[in-house]
Design a protein around this ligand. Structure first.
Ligand SMILES: Cc1cc2nc3c(=O)[nH]c(=O)nc-3n(C[C@H](O)[C@H](O)[C@H](O)COP(=O)(O)O)c2cc1C
Length: 286
């Protein structure tokens, strides 16, 4: 991560996300501008004003961690990330109840919609008919989807293929994901059997909340990230100093009230959402 200083004394950081483009992030890790490197100068496009701002480089190689550069133009203010081609985000709540997990996934969708202008869809396991995969291989033999006709095939499959990015939220059950989320994951075999590229390069993150402070949130998130890898999706966490593998919450078994009081959890959620949307945006631009 490269540190830059602006002429308004505001410290922001620049992240080299993909080879040629650098995102300038504010201190809450939200992207406020995009830059490309032109010789010794960093040319910065402010999304709101569409104005080119020249930023002097102190050192030629901005790839090095900790390089300090000074900004001649003002890149501060309330700039929003680019919104030309909105990212489509699907949120899945894997709790059989309408409580903590549902609150968190809905909150995540609210944030990506309001902050990043994302389009959103939502699916909750609450009250839904979710059939287990029975390994009948109907999907592999026929390539016509799943033999089960339930709420996953009717409602969730179309949302899955529509989305550029997924948020899977789970309560922690026995130190890992809920049975509802595992069922949804297993049923994705039919999606990929029908179209090998159906999930390719979609971006995904995980949210886990447990009644205990260290009740298995990390293993649950890692199970979600592993699922993304297996299905050729791109898993993201929220980065060090606040989020690491993803969004982890301690509900104290108090439902939405419990998780909304978990300020560290909320920080991990915002940081991970920023990574999710940035990554999905860059992939859409490619
Ligand atoms: C079957 C079951 C197993 C659970 N196992 C764990 C666990 O291993 N670790 C933990 O921290 N909480 C565990 N819990 C508590 C839930 O993770 C916690 O109450 C969570 O906030 C529920 O989310 P919800 O309100 O969205 O349903 C378990 C709850 C149930 C019903």
């Amino acid at each position: 991560m490269n540190i830059i200083e602006t002429n308004i004394k505001r410290r922001v950081s620049a992240v080299n996300l993909l080879q040629k483009v650098i995102f300038i992030m504010d201190i809450s890790n939200s992207p406020i501008a995009f830059c490309t490197v032109v010789s010794q100068q960093l040319h910065c496009l402010c999304p709101r004003s569409q104005k080119m701002l020249a930023i002097e480089l102190c050192r030629a190689d901005i790839e090095y961690v900790g390089v300090r550069i000074k900004c001649r133009g003002n890149i501060g203010g309330n700039m929003q990330p680019m919104k030309a081609n909105p990212v489509r985000v699907l949120g899945i709540s894997g709790s059989p109840r309408s409580m903590a997990t549902e609150f968190l996934v809905r909150e995540a969708l609210r944030i990506v919609s309001e902050k990043y202008n994302a389009e959103t869809e939502y699916f909750s396991a609450h009250g839904k008919k979710l059939e287990f995969c029975i390994h009948c291989d109907f999907c592999v033999r026929t390539k016509e989807g799943c033999v089960h006709k339930d709420d996953i095939s009717a409602e969730l499959y179309p949302k899955m293929t529509w989305a550029d990015a997924w948020i899977i939220g789970t309560p922690v059950y026995q130190g890992t994901i809920s049975a509802q989320i595992k069922t949804i994951m297993d049923r994705c075999r039919a999606v990929v059997a029908r179209d090998r590229k159906a999930l390719l390069n979609k971006v995904g993150m995980g949210i886990a909340n447990g009644g205990d402070r260290a009740g298995g949130q990390e293993p649950a998130i890692h199970a979600i990230l592993g699922f993304y890898i297996i299905n050729e999706m791109i898993p993201v966490g929220g980065g060090a100093f606040g989020a690491n593998s993803g969004a982890a919450f301690w509900s104290k078994d108090k439902g939405a009230e419990g998780v909304s009081e978990d300020l560290e959890g909320m920080k991990s959620l915002r940081k991970t959402l920023a990574r999710l949307v940035e990554t999905a945006q860059k992939l859409k631009e490619y």
